[in-house]
Ligand binder design. Structure first.
Ligand code: ATP
Length: 926
């Protein structure tokens, strides 16, 4: 007989609906139990009370009386009363005396439910099995986190996402050329890290004009709901750190740079991952750095994962680029001069890496070079050698850059120059070269009366109507005055987009431009429209003036030249013959060839020839020789880059064969349509109504008799969705239902956290067994609860151990897979079911005990394998740090120590892997 102690929690075996009982008193023969959930008190004879002691095991999920969801990690017994060690959802440690358990919780163990004859409808048992199996498949799938996004499967993006998100705490610069999908790559990385629990608190920092676009992209492509923080929202939260109110925050760089309170709060908010878009604005040189740079650097020091995004990493010069790398990996990038020198020697390394990749055999000289670079390479495979080369030589693991040249399928760009006569008023100006390029700004409000670009634009719009035209110029004032002129002179109403507008107004203008019907034909943008925005639905770009920076020119063209552009892009450039604008136009067109192709060497050429260019714009230097010199230098630098740095980058940024394998594996998951079968069965079992919708979609809505009032993520008025990626891409109003969709995930969680399907009884026919043979199918789950930062799931995710035992204890699980078992569920005849079970209790108890033993043996093996895997992975990481430390004295000792400590902790947690029975189903042959 078990001892009852006041304060202990017990459960009625026969009346689970009473909730959790608490011992009030005992008198030697009777025990008085209160059930606070129902307000009842019962008296039981102690000898045969139908009560079970509630003793939670590590790995169980519970709620406390405040409703917090907690994970049990251990327990301590003090005079018969238990105090549980738990973790909350954020991984914080919490102590939970048993008296504080939620009174309404139900703790029925499968074996208790089964032996007391409480059985569920059979489909829940199968759904339970499928849920655990799916969890295991995902944990080891290279496609994890990449399946659920509403995106086309583009190999280079998937490569980067899988490579980066697979790292412990990724710190990388995503620097694909404009419009190749850095936002999508960052979203995929985020999605995967959130899904695996690798990250929970995420901060995205963008320039203000891109806030809303990010918000929408994260929501509609990844089902991620970020909280947008502006000044008003930040100030409105006066209680504690405003950034700690939300897990996923989106805010502008301006907010944290201009508000010391916000900067301080951001620094203290303990993010797991930070994403910074348009990171080229973070200025750094060997002697000074901008406030924004310092802020992001400080945040990066506090944040384990950091993604910096820029299409033009060298827009503010080589030093700026180095500065950004330094934020990511201060150990690797600690000396700018050494970095420049190293870069000059990339060509032979790139050549070697390329030949390794092509499977060519290596000469003795190659071997010698490899050994001089990497030390002893005995026993290492090619992939491993390449990875080490890229990591330790070149910008390696930290920088990814894909170029149009290496990605097929981009449309052409066509340059359409429009020479115009420079008006007298502009000729008379004695402005500096930079001002000569925007002469209207020197003339005052009525410049549009004399500037021939206005009439030319009116004419162009007429000719192109109804085609959409995006116009970019340097200044907001030009935008506004041009709008007035177009309206007055030709009745053309243009949408505008400039820094003087509120964010909402800007987004409204962009939407007005995007609208197919009743939208505006023309959007006039100041320079803020030249970054990040998606305007690929337009095919005509007017560059009303030209910037002095080739990277900025590339950013402007990138608004149209991006993934999703379907036609040749027409770039219209008006300039004044004989004036500075013609010189600059020719420099770009003939010197750099930067309009029709992106030019990797452009910023280096500007750095070298910038002074001559400025002088030519002023009418000083000789234009023809400037253009000839520019052409020659561009040609040489592009060639060198292609052979050295960029080649290394390219090898590292996508791997054609492996990337296609990843695409294949996602396509296979898409095509398998298993999730469709799973979810529709789930809906049926739960009582959700569903029917085919328009164009192959499916419409689901709450039914009248659902198991619970709400089904996860199912709106009251229903949901239109699809299981087809192509359909979701074409129809934004349809959710893409995959294993990673929040509805599916939450339904899976709901099931595994409930009792549904934990016990069952079916009648089967199977010629292998005599009639009336008793079989027991047992589902055990091995789990290793550990603090989230250890990412134990990488090595041992919750793992299902299935057994199928006969009365002699023989296991048929391999011979008879779960999927082939068909039977009649006995829930329709509870009385019979109870009789069957009652008559077999001793046998079933024995079989359960045998199952426990067998499952425990399996878990020991699982544990050993996981520990070995973990040791191999961490040994590799340790080796990298030690190798880096040899070439870089600045690698911190504590980093190596932290990694070693992690290994020790993981070993300890894996050793405590916990096994529990999740479900049991009796089968009787007929
Ligand atoms: N895999 C994809 N599936 C569908 N659309 C995509 C995919 N990748 C990119 N796009 C679309 O292509 C456009 C460009 O992508 P994105 O904004 O991520 O590029 P970017 O590299 O961040 O651009 P920028 O350099 O201008 O900042 C966006 O409209 C995006 O939604």
């Amino acid at each position: 007989m078990q001892e009852f102690v006041p304060g202990q929690r017990w459960l009625s075996e026969t009346q689970a609906e009473l909730g959790l009982g608490i011992v009030m008193s005992t008198d030697g023969r009777c025990v008085q139990i209160a059930f606070p959930a129902t307000g009842e008190t019962r008296l039981y004879a102690m000898r045969d009370a139908p009560l079970v002691r509630v003793e939670l095991a590590p790995g169980e999920r519970v709620r406390d009386h405040r409703g917090r969801r907690l994970l049990v990690t251990g327990a301590q017994d003090d005079g018969g009363l238990l105090t549980y060690a738990c973790e909350d959802l954020d991984g914080r440690r919490v102590t939970l005396p048993e008296a504080e358990l939620d009174d309404r919780m139900r703790f029925n163990r499968p074996q208790q439910r089964l032996l007391s004859g409480r059985i569920d409808r059979d489909h829940w048992f199968s759904l339970r099995y499928r849920t655990w199996m799916q969890g295991m498949r995902e944990a080891s799938s290279p496609a994890l986190g990449l399946v659920g996004a509403r995106v086309a499967l583009i190999p280079h993006q998937l490569h980067i996402a899988a490579e980066v998100a697979g790292r412990e705490a990724p710190r990388v610069l995503l620097a694909d050329e404009v419009g190749l999908g850095k936002t999508i790559e960052a979203g995929l990385i985020l999605h995967r890290m959130l899904l695996t629990g690798q990250a929970r608190r995420v901060l995205i920092v963008t320039p203000e004009p891109l806030l809303h676009q990010w918000l929408v992209e994260m929501r509609r492509r990844f089902n991620l709901r970020f909280a947008l923080y502006d000044r008003e929202r930040f100030d409105a939260i006066s209680d504690g750190n405003p950034f700690q109110d939300e897990q996923q925050v989106l805010c502008s760089l301006d907010l944290i740079a201009a508000t010391p309170d916000a900067a301080r709060a951001a620094l203290e908010a303990q993010w797991d991952l930070m994403v910074v878009d348009e990171a080229h604005h973070l200025a750094w040189s060997e002697t000074e750095s901008s406030l924004e740079y310092d802020l992001i650097e400080a945040l990066a020091q506090e944040t384990p994962g950091v993604l910096l995004l820029t299409a033009t990493p060298e827009q503010l010069g080589r030093a700026g680029h180095f500065g950004r790398l330094r934020i990511l990996d201060p150990d690797r990038f600690h000396d700018y001069q050494a970095f420049l020198e190293e870069e000059a020697h990339y060509a032979p390394i790139a050549d070697l890496a390329a030949r390794l990749l092509d499977g060519e055999s290596l000469s003795d000289a190659d071997q010698a070079l490899l050994e001089s670079l990497l030390g002893d390479i005995q026993g290492q495979g090619r992939e491993e050698i390449i990875a080490h080369l890229l990591d330790r030589h070149g910008t390696g693991r930290v920088l990814f850059r894909n170029t149009r040249a290496s990605i097929p399928g981009f449309p052409e760009r066509q340059l359409i120059p429009h020479p115009l006569t420079e008006p007298q008023a502009y000729q008379a100006l004695s402005a500096e070269s930079s001002q000569r390029l925007t002469p209207e700004r020197c003339l005052g409000g009525d410049w549009a009366d004399v500037d021939p670009r206005v009439d030319w634009l009116i004419q162009l719009l007429k000719e192109l109507r109804p085609a959409k035209v995006l116009l970019i110029c340097a200044h907001a004032k030009t935008v506004l005055e041009l709008r007035e002129a177009l309206l007055c002179r030709a009745g053309i109403y243009a949408a505008v987009f400039h820094e003087g507008m509120e964010i909402v107004e800007r987004d409204r203008a962009a939407a007005y431009f995007a609208a197919v019907e009743d939208g505006s034909q023309l959007l006039l943008c100041s320079e803020i429209g030249s970054e990040g925005r998606n305007f690929q639905f337009a095919h005509h770009l007017v560059l009303f003036d030209l910037p002095l920076d080739p990277d900025l020119l590339e950013q402007r063209i990138g608004r149209l030249d991006r993934i999703g552009q379907t036609q040749t892009i027409r770039i219209h450039v008006p300039y004044f013959s004989g004036a500075a604008s013609e010189t600059l136009f020719r420099w770009y067109a003939e010197g750099l060839d930067a309009f029709e192709h992106s030019c990797p060497a452009a910023s280096a050429v500007l750095a070298e020839l910038g002074p001559v260019l400025l002088s030519a714009l002023d009418g000083g230097a000789e234009i023809e020789s400037l253009i000839a010199d520019t052409g020659a230098l561009t040609e040489r630098l592009n060639r060198e880059l292609a052979a050295g740095r960029d080649r290394l980058l390219e090898i590292h940024s996508h791997r054609a064969k492996a990337d296609l394998a990843l695409v294949d594996s996602i396509e296979e998951i898409d095509a398998g349509r298993e999730v469709a079968d799973y979810l529709t069965r789930f809906w049926d079992a739960f009582g959700v109504e569903h029917e085919p919708g328009p164009g192959g979609s499916i419409v689901a809505r709450p039914g009248n008799q659902m198991l619970q009032e709400h089904f996860p993520r199912l709106p009251e008025d229903g949901l239109t969705a699809t299981f087809e990626r192509a359909s979701a891409l074409a129809h934004e109003d349809r959710d893409l239902l995959t294993w990673e969709h929040p509805m599916v995930r939450e339904a899976m969680e709901l099931l595994t956290a409930s009792d549904l399907g934990t016990s069952g009884l079916i009648l089967i026919k199977d010629g292998r067994f005599k009639r009336a043979t008793l079989l027991l199918e047992l589902l055990y789950v091995a789990e290793c609860p550990a603090p989230p930062e250890l990412q134990v799931g990488r090595f041992l995710p919750p793992t299902l151990v299935r057994l199928l035992l006969d009365g002699e204890g023989k296991d048929y699980a391999e011979e008879i897979p779960h999927e082939v078992i068909r039977g009649d569920c006995l829930t329709r005849n509870f009385k019979l079911a109870r009789q069957v079970i009652k008559s077999q209790i001793p046998r079933l108890t024995e079989m359960l005990a045998r199952g426990d033993g067998l499952a425990r043996d399996r878990v020991e093996q699982l544990q050993r394998d996981a520990t070995e895997r973990m040791q191999a992975v961490l040994a590799e990481e340790l080796e990298r740090l030690v190798a880096l430390a040899k070439v870089n004295p600045n690698v911190r000792r504590d980093e190596i120590e932290r990694l070693t400590d992690r290994r020790t902790r993981l070993e300890a947690y894996l050793a405590k892997t916990h096994l529990r029975i999740d479900a049991a189903r009796v089968m009787v042959t007929t």
